[in-house]
Design a protein around this ligand. Structure first.
Ligand code: AMP
Ligand code: MG
Length: 356
């Protein structure tokens, strides 16, 4: 059966919107519905129901040991889900909710054990998107919602990406246009002291530390780490386009581009169809060396001088190579500070550690 494509136009009133009501009914019946958040599109289901949550894992082909983030619309709903609410949680949600910050707290056991992958903790966030909030209010349930893509592929930042992956496997997608942040939420574990960042995301470590002081970072996130990650989902290959992706080692920007270009030319001479990920600032350097007989597929991922724009376009760029004939993709790299930590985490995973 085809999935519903519920188009919500910007500015339409959302209270009692017929498509929101229809989507909420599907959720209440235990079905799965994709919806926009400020980070990426999520695939939601009733977080209290094993049957409903299991449908998320089936639709995505997601490994069952990878827990789901629980989405709520109001801090008050946290009380239904957790054993206790530490002061730090309130401080952080007062500062960043609604927004791209997930807090891992001690669960009270009410959430489906499939959603928490059997852990004693639960990851919770309040998304900052009017359509997500309208859906959450309308169904009145906390929604377990991972990104709405087939496991392993880049996360969806448009409803079209969701349907590309999941058409026929979910009840429908609420289409609220392109998402804004473009990379997922930061996951912060508050069950340990000091709080530990398990996944870098839309709220930077620097921003969090301004509110609560020192944090730790899961050692598994450090480059070339050999530790098993504490956030179960972080160990899987993720975000990967079909063609192998290689990142250029960090150097000065000029050296990095020169290295990427010479590698791209070498590969082209060997008959490879080369894809290149750059930004508006670097595009012409590669275009100037293009060859009409075997052209580079050059994708511009935002502006390096505005790292938020790189985050916003990253998944679309990674995904768009699957509609081309490239046999290998080479990407520029970015500084690790601020949102750059999340961008580089996703690029490193998409590349599976491959470095030029
Ligand atoms: P996704 O839903 O695809 O954005 O992935 C959710 C991320 O949050 C994964 O990396 C999970 O491992 C992580 N996560 C969710 N709940 C927990 C939890 N209770 N403890 C640790 N990590 C969690
Ligand atoms: Mg995901």
């Amino acid at each position: 059966m085809k999935s519903k494509h519920w188009m919500i136009r910007a500015g339409e009133p959302l209270e009692n919107h017929p498509f929101i009501l229809e989507a909420a009914e599907a959720i209440k019946k235990g079905e799965t519905v994709a919806f926009p958040t400020e980070t990426v599109y999520g695939l939601g289901a009733n977080a209290f129901s094993d049957v409903a949550v299991n449908r998320i894992f089936t639709a995505k082909g997601r490994p069952s040991d990878n827990p789901l983030i629980i989405h709520i619309y109001d801090q008050l709903q946290m009380e239904e889900l957790v054993a206790e609410i530490p002061d730090l949680a309130r401080q952080l949600f007062n500062a960043f909710a609604p927004g791209p910050l997930t807090l891992v707290l001690k669960s009270n056991g009410r959430i489906s054990r499939l959603a928490t992958a059997g852990l004693e903790s639960v990851g919770i966030r309040i998304p900052n998107h009017p359509v997500a909030i309208a859906l959450l209010k309308s169904c009145g349930l906390p929604l377990a919602a991972p990104s709405a893509n087939v496991s392993g592929k880049p996360s969806p930042t448009q409803a079209a990406h969701v349907l590309e992956d999941l058409d026929g496997r979910i009840a429908g997608v609420l289409d609220g246009g392109e998402t804004g942040v473009g990379v997922e939420s930061t996951v912060l574990d508050l069950t340990v002291s000091p709080p530990m960042i398990l996944r870098p995301g839309g709220i930077s470590r620097e921003q969090i530390e301004e509110v609560i002081g020192k944090t730790a970072v899961d050692p598994a996130l450090e480059q070339k780490a050999i530790h098993a990650p504490r956030s179960p989902g972080m160990k899987y290959t993720h975000y990967a386009p079909k063609a192998p992706l290689w990142l250029v080692e960090e150097r000065s920007i000029e050296e990095m581009r020169a290295r990427l270009l010479s590698e791209a030319i070498n590969l082209r001479e060997k008959g490879e169809r080369v894809g290149i990920i750059t930004t508006a600032e670097g595009e012409m350097i590669y275009r100037d060396h293009d060859d009409a007989k075997n052209p580079f597929v050059i994708k511009r991922c935002g502006h390096r001088e505005n790292m938020n724009s790189v985050a916003r376009e990253l998944y679309h760029v990674l995904r768009s190579f699957d509609h081309t004939e490239v046999s290998i993709i080479l990407s520029e790299v970015f500084p690790y500070s601020g949102i750059g930590a999340a961008i580089m985490n996703r690029l490193n995973k998409a590349a599976g550690g491959r470095r030029l």
